[in-house]
Design a protein around this ligand. Sequence first.
Ligand SMILES: Cc1cc2nc3c(=O)[nH]c(=O)nc-3n(C[C@H](O)[C@H](O)[C@H](O)COP(=O)(O)O)c2cc1C
Length: 296
Amino acid sequence: MRKKVGLILVAAAMCAFTACSQESAQSKTGEKGAQPEAAAPQAASKSLVVYYSQTGATKKLAEIFQKAKNADMFEIATVTPYPSTYDSTIAAVGAQRESKQWPALVNAKADLAKYDTVYLGYPIMFGSFAPPVYTFLDSNDLSGKVVVPFCTYGSGGRKASAAELKTLEPNANVTLAYGISNKRITAENGAEVAAKEVEGFFADLATGKTDEMLMGGFTDQRALTAEDSAVFAVATKDYAYLKLAPLSVATQVVAGTNYLFVCTTSGFNRPPTETLVKIFKPLPGRGEPELIVMEK
Ligand SMILES: Cc1cc2nc3c(=O)[nH]c(=O)nc-3n(C[C@H](O)[C@H](O)[C@H](O)COP(=O)(O)O)c2cc1C
């Protein structure tokens, strides 16, 4: 069942940095006895990575954001951890969502005053943030901050959670969100794959790209060919429980091919709803087609 939704961290460092700078200054000038130039003072970190992670995937992603931005880190921790089994976690999260009784945190309040930008990371649970993030939002004032959401998910929830964040934090500047599936980030090369994507995500942020703009460059939607159907079947084989039926497809040639399938999903005995399924097929010999995200 876990598989279903699974499919659904500075003084020492400063010393090390300074020693390294001095060593390279010496080796450049070759003047071993010369007094090395004083290292330029390090600018205070202006960004903070705040994240919650139950099983480690989002933590892995948070560490990539932290490294890329040399940010400070703040891990949201609940007083009472979720149960160890997936089914009981589902039940606990379901009850919290229903009652809107968000879990108490060990560290509800963060000192946000010195930060301009907050990178906020969370796992998707029940289509949006994991409950501890609601407690964090209720306990802190993000007004005037740039808030960059990032998440991990089984199949999707990136856009919906960012939209909810905008609603809950109308006085923050909530940007485009980054998301990656649990399956991709927990793969052996997951850290490498995510770091590369996060780099591209920062470039998109810098140029002010929106989700709509990122959807550009696809062909018009058309009927599926046998080849499209085969790509769809391979990429969605672990998501049978979602009862996906592809209706049409658009493609975009990148280093490989991006597919955007318009589908209906009728899993969990729900009436069919339209969903976009994004799949990436690498260049020949570089791996199997993989599901990137499912979004409305
Ligand atoms: C209670 C619960 C609910 C979840 N709900 C969803 C969901 O609605 N959609 C989804 O795509 N993934 C869902 N997932 C999968 C998680 O988002 C995914 O496994 C995530 O990578 C876990 O991150 P973590 O390892 O940082 O805790 C859910 C997982 C749990 C435990």
